[in-house]
Design a binder for this molecule. Sequence first.
Ligand code: PMP
Length: 364
Amino acid sequence: MSRFLNPELAKIEAYIPGEQPRDMKYIKLNTNESPYPPSPSVLYAANEEEIKKLRLYSDPESKELKNALAALYALSPKNICVSNGSDEILNFAFLAFGKNKSGSGAVFPKITYGFYPVFANLYGIEAERIPLRDNFSINPDDYINKNKLTVIANPNAPTGISLTKEEIRKIVSSNPDGVVVIDEAYVDFGGETCYELIKEYDNLLVVRTFSKSRSMAGARLGFAFASEAIIEDLEKIRYSTNPYNVNRLTQLLGIKALEENDYYIKNCERIIKTRENTAKALKELGFTVLPSKTNFLFAKSEKISGEKLYEELKKRGVLIRHFSDPEISNFNRITIGSEEEMTIFVDKIKEILRLPKTLGGIQL
Ligand code: PMP
């Protein structure tokens, strides 16, 4: 730290992203990326002509991309904001709505996406962190009448457990004086979206990403749906920080991805099938596996600690995500890769636990 840093920022504990090692080739099951490439039209669009155009700034309004999103989700472009990854919209939301006329404060689950407490700290917003139920689910009744900035990942991360649209409605309708952010990063893997509720509630902000179901984590593209007024607030912050937040190529590739939605729906179906088969294989090995509606599993074994399993798998070329928080340190988060990758993953676990290997792979 330099002696010049604003003292208010000195205490900030930054978010620690999942490791992206370059030392060897791993089976990467640690940052919830898709095992499948972007759709053919996305691959085709990233051509030399488009790369030459990078000398020009991107459209600060992302007009075509917003129009494409509006058409697919049957909304007005005025209900849509796009960003450099969905983390950026979450950042904007904490900045914009963490303090309002009735005071300051945010509320989110104790176990959830690790960036929420980082944003709260960054902006000096007091955060109420609500424990999950014993089965790791969120109790919607705990979020009634808070009227602060409420932030819920649905499905939640890293548990993978989801709430229904009606449970979300209960939270949104009982907090008319606070913005409720529903982070739907993983909703395409079997969760229930609530985005149409933005037509009924002016305090709902639904955040989405191209990083998971649309195989574009490296392009950094997020989007959000909300009332026109909330979008105007987010745009105000965007124009006050970085109007060219979504680069030219990413805008173009986002549009191309939306043109081939069926390709991504099929990938999600494949990932869901692989998830269920992997969950079954892990349960057969004695693991506790939480019911996931995402592209990852959250699982623990009585036979080996979470940390040891993470280390042993890493030695064998398989990366999963381990969290040091004592409440969940026996669990690991395992991204669903391809069928082949998950067969290797299960076999490596058998090797570590000294169990006989699978003959002919897990039943896929
Ligand atoms: N929300 C949740 C719950 C996540 O797990 C992630 C991925 N780390 C994000 C948002 C951010 O994703 P991105 O910035 O890649 O859109």
